[in-house]
Design a protein around this ligand. Structure first.
Ligand code: 6GU
Length: 256
């Protein structure tokens, strides 16, 4: 996949592409990236990229001229083009999976109050938000989106790690429903030592009893989902084993 990101502050993004798993994906040619400084397409000597909003109101808007030229140069006609904005549709695992199948992705990072609507109308395929809060920059949101997407490209990370994590098989993600049913948060995990700061690893995990471990993990997934994301359980479709465990959890009063 080739990812092009248009930004007024591309230096925010460069470290992300040169670190860790992303760096390896780039070296292995699974990901190619291009960071475009929109200011390079400004036409006046002050390299102006923003102006006041027609009709009045606070803040500045990104000019359509430089951004449009940057998009043309990036090949926006041939690539899925996404504008990062708090007024877009919410990013979730299903959208990440959908975007991960594209050969080319262009992301526009907004600054100021946003961009001219004519740029959206002419170039943008999707407007995407990463959550119900406001960030000062689209750059941070773009990194979140790219991180969620590129790790789903075959070969970037192991399929086993992908299948087990929270939201693989979540509502709207038709890829993999998994043995534990849809939409559960991950269970707690432990590593050595078995006794840390007087806290012991739950006995069941060192028992070697595989069926009991699976049942414990499912129960902890349900407990956590009930506490943090109860709306994920409200969609129904839980297997009987899960319903029984939920009943157990409620009779325990939420305690272990
Ligand atoms: Cl994509 N951009 C900004 N500026 N704020 C956000 C966002 C995006 N998603 C959530 N908040």
């Amino acid at each position: 996949m080739k990812i092009t990101i248009l930004s007024l502050f591309p230096e925010i993004l460069s470290g992300f592409f040169e670190s860790s798993i992303m760096k390896r994906a780039v070296e292995r040619n699974l990901v190619e990236y291009e960071l475009v400084d929109i200011r390079d397409y400004a036409t006046d000597r002050h390299r102006k990229c923003d102006d006041e909003v027609y009709g009045g109101g606070a803040g500045m808007l990104m000019l359509p001229g430089p951004l449009g030229m940057a998009l043309d140069a990036a090949g926006a006609g041939e690539a899925r083009t996404v504008f990062m904005t708090p007024s877009g549709r919410l990013l979730n695992q299903a959208l990440a999976r959908d975007l991960s199948t594209e050969a080319r992705l262009i992301l526009i990072c907004g600054r100021y109050e946003g961009i001219d609507q004519r740029i959206v109308d002419k170039f943008v395929d999707d407007e995407v938000s990463i959550g119900d809060y406001v960030l000062s920059s689209g750059e941070v949101a773009a990194m979140v989106l790219v991180d969620a997407v590129y790790r789903l490209i075959p070969g970037v990370i192991s399929g086993e790690s992908l299948a087990e994590e929270s939201f693989s098989g979540s509502a709207g993600d038709s890829h993999d429903t998994g043995p534990l049913g849809p939409s559960l948060l991950e269970y707690p995990q432990y590593t050595r030592p078995a006794d840390y700061a007087t806290m012991k690893v739950p006995d069941v995990l060192t028992s070697g009893h595989h069926a009991k471990i699976l049942r414990w993990r499912l129960k902890e997934q349900l407990r956590k989902t009930l506490a943090y994301r109860p709306e994920l359980l409200a969609t129904g479709g839980l297997p009987k084993e899960a319903l029984d465990l939920l009943r157990e959890i409620s009779t325990e009063g939420g305690e272990t």
